[in-house]
Design a protein around this ligand. Structure first.
Ligand code: ADP
Ligand code: MG
Ligand code: MG
Length: 250
């Protein structure tokens, strides 16, 4: 589904990703872990097509298409979605409108018409209830005055409505108390399917007790230096990252 090959990315002239390789197949859940500044957010931002990143070499393909040739909107419509694609507060733009516009853009790309209003409201209310979010969220401006936990729930809500093929989630556990984390984890788990893949960045092994990944990758200094299963996350939790770096340098 997604193939990243020897990816090198610079930000403001500084090389951040230094030859990164990653393959994701449908149905898989991948967790990326690693020290601060390793390039985790850069990776998902580059895949999603956010501005400000210069790909100096390497390739990214998604279902055989050259992702680097696609505009950010085309990527989203192809089913590549980074949570918090709209992380900023958008004063005056209600959540409900953003969700509807994003969903309709996707439908349009598939040659479908706009979703009828009653059908849309039914869908959104169902997903809101699942995320234990109040209906009033819809009428609030995007992320305006949202707590960290509310932003994360909103991010998952967006995923549940848009049903991307590859859902990318950056630091989904940061700023969440244990109850919110469980709700977010349930939301992510409900996205799991044979056709969909999930790429999530997390700092804490704790989250992986709730969302069990198929693969755990350690990203250090712009490269994936070790991959394993969920046991690797447990090992990282107890031993930190240094040993992985030393092992990969040896
Ligand atoms: P991580 O998510 O693993 O903590 P990031 O991908 O956010 O790491 O950042 C990797 C490195 O790139 C850091 O050194 C960070 O300071 C730098 N960086 C990321 N984005 C920018 C930017 N927009 N401008 C300048 N430096 C950046
Ligand atoms: Mg980050
Ligand atoms: Mg780096």
């Amino acid at each position: 589904m997604l193939e990243v090959k020897d990816l090198h990315v610079s930000v403001e002239g500084k090389e951040i990703l230094k030859g990164l390789n990653l393959t994701i197949n449908p149905g898989e859940v991948h967790a990326i872990m690693g020290p601060n500044g390793a390039g985790k957010s850069t990776l998902s931002a580059v895949i999603a097509g956010n501005e400000g990143y210069e790909v100096t070499s390497g390739t990214i393909t998604f279902e055989g298409q050259d992702v680097l040739e696609m505009e950010i909107e085309e990527r989203a419509q192809a089913g590549l979605l980074l949570g918090f694609q709209y992380p900023v507060e958008i004063p005056g733009v209600k959540n409900v409108y953003l969700l509807k516009a994003a969903l309709n853009a996707q439908r349009e790309a598939r040659g479908e018409g706009e979703i009828p209003a009653p059908e849309f409201m039914k869908l959104v209310r169902e997903k809101l209830a699942f995320m234990k979010m109040d209906n009033s969220f819809l009428q609030r401006a995007v992320n305006e005055g949202f707590s960290g936990g509310e932003k994360k729930r909103n991010e998952i809500l967006q995923m549940l409505v848009l049903q991307p093929k590859l859902a990318m989630l950056d630091e989904i556990d940061s700023g969440l108390d244990i109850d919110a984390m469980k709700v977010v984890a349930e939301g992510v788990n409900s996205l799991r399917s044979a056709e969909r893949a999930i790429l999530m960045v997390t700092h804490y092994q704790r989250l992986l007790d709730y969302i069990e990944p198929d693969y755990v990758h350690v990203l250090v200094d712009g490269r994936i230096v070790k991959s394993g299963d969920k046991d690797l996350a447990l090992e990282l939790e107890s031993r930190g990252y240094e040993w992985v770096t030393e092992e990969s340098a040896a």
